[in-house]
Ligand binder design. Sequence first.
Ligand code: ZN
Length: 265
Amino acid sequence: MSVKSGRHLPQVRKAVKAFRGLVWTVGESYAEDMGARDEDVKVLPGDPPVTVVLRRSGRARRISLRVSGLDGRVTLSLPPGVSDSSGLAFAQERSDWIRQHLAKRVTQSPVVLGAHLPVLGRPRRVEAGLRAKMSSDCLTVNRARPAGPQVQKLVMDAARDALDEASHRYARAVERKAGRITLRDTRSRWGSCSWQGNLMYSWRLALAPPDVLDYVAAHEVAHLVHMDHSLAFWSVVARLRPDWKVQRDWLRAHGATLHAWRFDD
Ligand SMILES: [Zn+2]
């Protein structure tokens, strides 16, 4: 049965190469979410054994293998007509590559008193006080309650203000109207734009340099004009943010660090 996966090998090599390092790309997987999905978990034997999430997608055209830089999830996507066993054989052949990437994951940092978080480009120290508020160099939290969730709320408020402002500013520039803007803690993308014009962003963008957050807003608003990643789309992005490549590259290189902060303590 491995003959079947052989047919996909050149594309698969290309996919694997594209995902070397970080798998995070802005909004580029939104089409994927519209297809039907079926997930199953398998374990590749070896030292250490590797847990693989098998995903069947009616839209996938080739086998692809992704290793998440932030939580180590390994996802194997299979197009229709490729059996589980040939997909797993494909992953097994690349298990050394998977283990190398798992070893390179970013270490997690809990948000506790005394921690310094960069919010909207300024390092701010988490300190105890009477009530939660953000100032130019501090994130003050109520000392009677755990710091993490209070800081998360402050970061989300900062993200909300900056992303609302940027989205409406860029929407005016392209003469479109942005729909509802929602914030989430997304794993696989920094933003998305629906066919109805609603925008979704990761609130963790508030932990990135402001130009990076601003670029993601420009990128998603450009989807109000072109719902694809065509040349016409990128020319709209370039008009809104001539330096877009610098910001995109920052996300590719450092995006996983935004997910290293843990707010649950
Ligand atoms: Zn996009």
